[in-house]
Design a protein around this ligand. Structure first.
Ligand SMILES: Nc1ncnc2c1ncn2[C@@H]1O[C@H](COP(=O)(O)OP(=O)(O)OP(=O)(O)O)[C@@H](O)[C@H]1O
Length: 769
């Protein structure tokens, strides 16, 4: 491009940066003022709260005043945090004010208009946009359009214009490093440079180089169920995060970050993606792993984690696999619902509500109450009515109990201060006479004593979900491939594990669904969007439960069926059909991402070669070293080779990850490496991802990426058959720049002989002792 052009563009960058600088100064001043004001109000607030009031009316007045002040403090803090965010966005903008320019000409205009696009919008004093937010309607032209007539969606409908020029910039610290005009979505040069860089522990935002098909995912506002099947490294996770940022911008008046929930594969992943949204000036959404979510709902039970399950998955018999598949199916959940819908009161496992070691409400009484409601009503309505009736009875019994001697004695022994505490919220003179006041206090005392009963009713503890579930298991219609003795064993195992307060993962979703469905609870109606990353790790039963738990949400599911650990691969259409029929949604959409960005061309080529349909994957053409396979004779030799590779790799890359099949192997390797130097073993509970030398089992590395990956023990013994194809593929595709495989003995048959002989991988047969 002409040098003059670059000069002109640099001059514009300089001018914009100057204005941003000015804005930074004024925002900073505003922030300081806001901070001082918050401090002042906080000071008076804490002075006030330290005063001790004993008179009731004083208390009430003070509490109203405090309420007001509390409100003021929270408004001021919010204002301060908005200013802080603005400041940090401005500072980012200053370094790189924009990454794109589009010249568009509307019909009737004589001259094209130049629009610059960056991570956030920036206006001058006259309200003229110097930078457009990448999420603004017009910016979609930058990502979608090729030169010529283009259209874009706006709140008032589709608009048309002509795209005359599309220019990309790489601006670092206010200086244009690169710029070029392109007719593609985003020129490959920009991608090359973005992908060629070494990573740190955090994922980066990709707004400057979003690809056409990723843009479709990001800007979809109409689908109720959006399923994205994308090959490893195709930007699924990146797309989710930019999508969240987009939705927050698009629906900024009606959507808050905490109305979006993301189910992520592990706790490390949460740390890995934690910087993307803040780098775009947005708050992070709620994040949870499925294990955490289930744990929270089954308090008091020790829930088998997904990771514990991976560790034992390899040893399942065929019958056990059939049982698992059945419990994870939509059919199982449907049968469960049918079972619940048809229960009569005598078939429901009610339990006594105990107070002071004796039944306060017996299960018989509860069953009678339940039975008194119309049989035609839905089971959950009858449960709700039972609950209300129990609470009413409890209230009556509280009133009766206020006359008991123990209550009178307790009131007489109350200190002045405690007495006033119990009166809090009540004004003097609100009671007709002293008896009324005494009754009020007595009621409070009894209510607090009987709180456990109230809680038991409120939390549906008058119903034994475990016995009910075991009963359902006994009656369920079995598929033909499951034999009765195996099923009986499953039922026994469930009941025994409940006695020991633990539960297997595949029983959790159906059990919870049954409990919540019958008791009319467990639904969150405030969430508006739900995202599931790595959806291939979820069963339909689990997804059905999530659908129940978040009934008002629009869904985005992302995954890669090839990365299924320890299970068979499913085709994306199959998955969508399965979900469509399980969820009965209107407006569902499947988007496939076939281009892989993460790894170099040789690594992606090698990864493709181990998959049956690998040819469908398009590799991004980024050069790099051919992956290496080292054949070691035994464990000791393997460790020696590993140390040699690590020393070499650490010279080039900040992070080198040794990935193993499971935790046992990770621990064995770690023990050897640890004796000689600095290395981190990552565990299930870890929440932060350090840099340096890491050892971890593959299920903890799901969704993550590393500069250099060493796959530990890819031998025939360790990976005997296709069942582990997904596991090996996931390991290989974590590598960005370099990949080494170490095999203890003969290499796995998953890597075909043809791959070994056609230079997709460099084999080091000679063992260097
Ligand atoms: N449009 C893009 N521009 C720049 N980088 C991109 C783009 N799309 C993806 N990447 C990069 O490719 C890598 C893989 O992306 P991401 O982790 O989102 O893929 P994924 O499909 O979720 O992968 P996996 O399923 O293997 O975990 C990341 O480093 C990401 O930054």
């Amino acid at each position: 491009m002409e040098n003059n052009e670059k000069k002109t563009e640099q001059m514009r960058v300089d001018q914009v940066v100057k204005r941003i600088d000015k804005k930074i100064i004024s925002t900073d001043e505003e922030l300081n003022r806001a901070h001082a004001e918050t401090k002042k109000v906080q000071q008076t607030y804490s002075d006030n709260t330290s005063v001790n009031y004993f008179e009731v009316d004083d208390r009430i007045e003070t509490s109203a005043e405090l309420q007001q002040q509390r409100g003021l403090v929270s408004r001021l803090t919010e204002n301060e945090s908005i200013l802080k965010n603005q400041l940090s966005t401005l500072k980012d903008l200053k370094k790189s004010p924009y990454f794109g320019r589009i010249d568009i000409q509307d019909q009737g205009d004589t001259e094209p208009e130049k629009l610059y696009i960056g991570i956030a919008s920036f206006e001058n004093e006259d309200g003229e946009f110097l930078v457009y937010d990448w999420r603004a309607p017009i910016s979609s032209v930058y990502y979608n359009g090729t030169l010529g007539e283009v259209s874009y969606q706006t709140p008032i409908g589709e608009q048309k214009t002509t795209l005359k020029k599309k220019r990309q910039f790489q601006i670092v610290d206010g200086q244009i490093r690169n710029m070029f005009d392109t007719n593609e979505t985003v020129g490959d040069e920009m991608l090359q440079s973005a992908l060629g860089e070494q990573t740190d522990q955090y994922m980066q935002n990709i707004v400057a180089t979003i690809q056409h098909e990723q843009n479709d995912i990001i800007r979809d506002t109409t689908s109720n169920l959006l399923v994205v099947q994308g090959v490893a490294g195709s930007g699924k996770t990146s797309a989710i995060l930019q999508r969240i940022a987009f939705l927050l911008y698009h629906s900024r008046d009606t959507l808050e970050a905490d109305q979006i929930i993301l189910f992520s594969p592990n706790k490390l992943f949460s740390h890995y993606i934690s910087e993307v949204l803040p780098s775009l000036g947005e708050r992070n959404m709620r994040q949870v792993t499925f294990d955490e979510f289930i744990d929270n709902r089954l308090k008091g039970l020790n829930v088998q984690s997904l990771f514990e399950r991976y560790e034992t998955d390899g040893t399942l018999t065929e019958q056990q696999r059939y049982v698992r598949a059945f419990k994870e199916s939509a059919k199982f959940m449907d049968e469960l619902q049918e079972y619940c819908d048809n229960l009569s009161s005598s078939q429901i496992f009610f339990s006594d509500i105990i107070f002071n070691d004796t039944p306060f409400f017996t299960k018989k009484e509860i069953s009678r109450i339940f039975d008194s409601f119309p049989k035609a009503a839905k089971i959950y309505d009858r449960f709700l009515q039972t609950k209300n009736a129990l609470i009413k009875q409890l209230k009556r019994r509280i009133d009766d109990e206020t006359k008991a001697t123990w209550v009178n004695d307790e009131i007489d022994q109350l200190s002045n201060e405690k007495y006033h505490d119990l009166l809090s919220g009540k004004a003097l003179g609100e009671f007709q006479n002293e008896d009324d006041e005494r009754f009020y206090i007595a009621r409070k005392i009894v209510a607090s004593r009987l709180r456990v009963v109230y809680d038991a009713i409120f939390n549906d503890n008058f119903f034994d979900a475990y016995l009910q579930y075991a009963d359902f298991l006994k009656t369920v219609d079995l598929p033909q491939n499951i034999k009765q003795p195996q099923w009986q064993q499953t039922i026994d195992e469930f009941s025994q594990s409940i006695e020991f307060h633990s539960i297997k993962l595949d029983d959790c979703a159906p059990l919870l669904y049954m409990r919540d469905y019958m008791c009319n609870s467990g639904q969150n109606n405030t969430m508006k969007y739900l995202f599931v990353d790595e959806m291939q790790d979820y069963s339909v039963a689990q997804l059905k439960y999530l659908r129940y738990a978040f009934p008002q949400t629009k869904w985005t599911l992302l995954g890669d069926s090839e990365q299924a650990l320890f299970k068979d691969v499913e085709q994306p259409e199959e998955i969508l059909n399965k979900l469509n029929s399980a969820f009965h949604v209107r407006r569902s959409r499947l988007i496939s991402l076939m281009r892989s960005y993460r790894s170099t061309l040789p690594i992606t080529d090698f990864a493709k070669s181990i998959l049956p349909n690998g040819d469908d994957i398009q590799a991004f053409n980024r050069p790099g070293d051919i992956p290496e396979l080292i054949l070691a004779t035994d464990f000791t030799d393997g460790i020696k080779q590993l140390e040699r590779v690590i020393t070499k790799q650490r010279k080039h890359y900040q992070t080198v990850a040794v990935l193993t099949k499971n935790m046992t192997e990770a621990e064995q390797v770690y023990k050897q490496l640890h004796a000689k130097g600095d290395v981190t073993l990552l565990k299930d509970a870890d929440r932060t991802l350090p840099s340096g030398l890491l050892v971890l089992p593959i299920y903890l590395a799901k969704g993550l990426e590393f500069d250099s990956v060493i796959a530990w023990d890819t031998s025939e013994k360790n990976y005997p058959d296709e069942n582990l194809l997904g596991t090996l593929y996931t390991i290989i595709t974590r590598a960005m720049h370099h990949l080494t495989l170490i095999s203890l003995g003969d290499v796995t048959p998953i890597i075909a002989n043809s791959t070994l002989s056609n230079s997709k991988i460099k084999i080091e047969k000679k063992i260097q002792k």
